[in-house]
Design a protein around this ligand. Structure first.
Ligand code: ADP
Length: 270
């Protein structure tokens, strides 16, 4: 429990004395417990869609002479399969992030390029709900790190902003640079998050409303992935939210201290 310290003690005779070695294993035990939890959660989360698929397959077999039912059930099987594939992808992504540690800090990454690509990928879901995504601010900022991981992080924030907002609302990505930090804020006018739940949303597999989240295709891993990407870049992610008014998730990454125009290299210059 909290406040408990785990000591591994070894005793060895040393001449006419006794040598006592005490090692603090608290951190190692904590890491091991997190790993064990993760495996248990993963198995649990995988069982749900796999079970649904098995059940649907049986139902389809039973309904073989009813083409309308067959069609309906195969469509649902397709959706469950897609969900499963998304879940597996996110589990792989997260476990990779959990084991790899900090990213290389020598590659400058254009914040505009990251945001443009993330917005592009979130566009289909946004258009389906008539949600406009706009971006602005210090888009010419540059950070050091991994372009693809940063796209994944911003995209996860955008996907959530779209998923947890009503139709015809607006989603914005605003960039500011101050005190050596580049802040990328994803702002929505969605359902918001109850204050009592706000502390937990970055936990693996945590969903405020599992039933609703299942409809929107959520896995509960998106924000854990964002948190890891931020930490691996020496930054962090924080949130502000008011139920009924919307949420803002802010990704903060150390600035590379240059502007994007410094990145343009002549063809063949490298
Ligand atoms: P999910 O895949 O379920 O979206 P996340 O880890 O991305 O998982 O988010 C965890 C939970 O936090 C979500 O299930 C949702 O309840 C809540 N959440 C995340 N982003 C938002 C947002 N922009 N507005 C409202 N709720 C959000």
């Amino acid at each position: 429990g909290s406040g408990t310290v785990l000591l591994q003690v070894r005793v060895a005779p040393l001449g006419n004395r006794v040598l006592v070695l005490a090692e603090d294993r608290t951190e190692a035990a904590r890491v091991e417990a997190i790993r064990r939890d993760f495996v248990v959660n993963v198995s649990h989360e995988l069982k749900t869609p796999v079970g649904a698929l098995a059940l649907l397959a049986e139902t389809v077999a039973d309904a073989a002479d009813d083409p309308v039912a067959v069609r309906r059930f195969t469509e649902r099987m397709h959706r469950e399969a897609q969900r499963l594939s998304e879940l597996v992808q996110e589990i792989i992504e997260l476990s990779r992030l959990q084991s790899q540690g900090a990213v290389q800090k020598d590659t400058p990454v254009s914040v505009r390029a990251v945001i443009d690509e993330a917005v592009d990928r979130a566009r289909t879901a946004a258009q389906a709900k008539n949600i406009a995504i706009t971006s602005g601010g210090a888009l010419d900022s540059v950070v050091y790190g991994d372009h693809n991981l940063l796209v994944t992080a911003v995209r996860n924030l955008l996907d959530n902003a779209v998923a947890y907002s009503g139709p015809a609302t607006r989603v914005g990505v605003g960039v500011t640079e101050r005190r050596g930090l580049v802040e990328i804020a994803v702002v929505d006018q969605g359902v918001g998050i109850d204050e009592s739940k706000q502390d937990r949303v970055f936990e693996r597999f945590y969903r405020v409303d599992p039933a609703r989240s299942r409809d929107t295709g959520g896995t509960g891993l998106g924000l854990s992935i964002v948190k890891h990407v931020a930490a691996d870049h020496g930054g962090d992610v924080t949130m502000w939210s008011e139920p009924g008014r919307g949420s803002t998730f802010t990704l903060r990454i150390p600035s590379a201290g240059m502007k994007a125009d410094a990145l343009t290299t002549e063809p063949g210059a490298r």
